[in-house]
Write a protein that binds this ligand. Structure first.
Ligand SMILES: NC(=O)c1ccc[n+]([C@@H]2O[C@H](COP(=O)([O-])OP(=O)(O)OC[C@H]3O[C@@H](n4cnc5c(N)ncnc54)[C@H](OP(=O)(O)O)[C@@H]3O)[C@@H](O)[C@H]2O)c1
Length: 233
């Protein structure tokens, strides 16, 4: 697999779970990583392992559930030694398991704030710089969730991410800012639960494929990390 020396990647929600694996996978390919978690102490394990690679790390902290938290993350990321070349909008929350008939608007707002609005806000913050530099890879985490009406809020939030990613990709047609969306597979994490199909480590190497795309490669596309299980790590 191609390496990513001298690139900087921001991975939201890289304190644990899938984002942590992505941060480590990128570092293994020489990419400098801007890590993110709600609090600095949540990032210790991620940072400890990043030290094993010959890369730089930069810390961001903040809530994605508030506009002030999002602004803080953006500001801290912009203070990194390098620009955000690769943006993994990974952090997301699951919705409450409840009837599709009784779910309240407050629950739609809570989930859409983090799973959709925060994703768009980070794209708005970093995509113009990618355009100016003629290089960018944006990877928005989606889900293969289907036919679970009690989790419709989460499921619909991910459908919004898919559509937004396609529209953003069209905005950058021919500009080498590639915007794609990635289903990691059902993985054993706090969100996926311990009965999930695969250990979290199995998100690699597939999750890196949309970050490693050649210039002017595919954009506006769906990638499934588990389709790339055959690739060497
Ligand atoms: N696991 C699966 O089976 C599965 C399947 C399909 C799609 N996905 C998607 O994959 C992505 C990662 O999921 P995961 O399973 O790794 O989740 P996870 O284990 O629950 O980790 C969530 C990450 O997001 C951060 N986060 C949570 N709430 C936040 C908030 N309000 N503000 C800022 N950061 C917040 C957490 O940071 P802190 O540590 O600071 O709390 C953590 O780093 C998500 O987009 C998810 O929808 C997962």
């Amino acid at each position: 697999m191609k390496r990513l020396e001298n690139k900087w990647a921001l991975v939201t929600g890289s304190s644990r779970g899938i984002g942590q694996q992505i941060a480590w996978g990128l570092a293994e390919r020489g990419c400098n990583v801007i890590v993110h978690g709600r609090e600095a102490r949540n990032l210790e394990a991620t940072l400890a392992k990043l030290k094993a690679y010959d890369v730089q790390a930069h810390i961001t902290t903040g809530e994605l559930s508030t506009s002030s938290g999002i602004s803080q993350i953006i500001k801290q990321a912009m203070d990194a030694p390098g620009p955000v070349d690769i943006l993994y909008n990974n952090a997301a929350i699951m919705s409450k398991n409840e009837s599709i008939f009784t779910v309240a608007q407050a629950e739609w707002d809570r989930v859409f704030q983090i799973n959709v609005w925060a994703v768009m806000a980070l794209c708005q913050a970093f995509a113009p710089g990618m355009r100016a530099r003629g290089y960018g890879r944006i990877i928005n985490l989606t889900s293969g969730i289907a036919d679970q009406p009690n989790l419709a809020v989460y499921s619909v939030s991910k459908a919004a991410v898919d559509k937004y990613s396609r529209d953003l990709a069209a905005e950058f047609k021919g500009e080498n800012v590639l915007v794609n969306f990635l289903d990691p597979g059902w993985l054993q994490t706090d969100l996926g639960g311990k009965n999930a199909m695969y250990p979290v480590e199995d998100v690699l190497p597939g999750a890196l494929v949309p970050a490693l795309l050649e210039d002017n490669g595919p954009t506006g596309r769906f990638f499934a990390a588990q389709d790339f299980r055959y690739l060497e790590r």
